[in-house]
Design a protein around this ligand. Structure first.
Ligand code: ZN
Length: 148
């Protein structure tokens, strides 16, 4: 567990213990479900978008420390942002996990996750759910394609 120990940095531990925005959102007008079958992580995401701005966002669900902390940090990062800014953060986070530069702010806490390919999906799950919610895809998102 020595390698994983480095993963669970202070920020991640904190957000796992005290997840931000772990709740439903009154008046939510966007919603998405996410599932990572490789780890068993599940997320239910509520978003309230008005005039192109994420006025409120919250999540519920269960999963590993990485998935929960990532969802907590994701909601904190996109709250009050425009949907365009949120999509930009999604791209930055995804790029970081696939070897790109660190994402802005506390999202960089997840840079170490890229060394653990199975954990990348845990970290990405809430962001995929966010994108599905913003695009009103409506279908539950999964980190695995049906052909897998
Ligand atoms: Zn997980």
């Amino acid at each position: 567990m020595t390698d994983l120990g480095e993963l669970y940095q202070q920020v991640i531990l904190d957000h796992n213990r005290n997840p931000r925005n772990f709740r439903t959102v009154p008046g939510a007008n966007r919603h998405a479900e996410g599932y990572n079958p490789l780890c068993g992580d599940r997320i239910s995401l509520d978003v309230r978008v008005e005039d192109g701005v994420i006025q409120d966002v919250g999540f519920q669900g269960s999963g590993c420390a990485i998935s929960k902390a990532a969802a907590s940090l994701m909601t904190a990062a996109v709250h009050g942002k425009t949907t365009a800014e949120a999509n930009e953060l999604f791209r930055a986070f995804h790029a970081m996990l696939t070897g790109g530069p660190n994402a802005p702010g506390k999202l960089a806490a997840f840079a170490g996750v890229r060394a653990f390919p199975a954990r990348v999906k845990c970290a990405n799950l809430s962001w995929h759910a966010l994108r599905a919610a913003l695009e009103k895809i409506g279908e539950p998102v999964t980190t695995e394609s049906p052909s897998d």
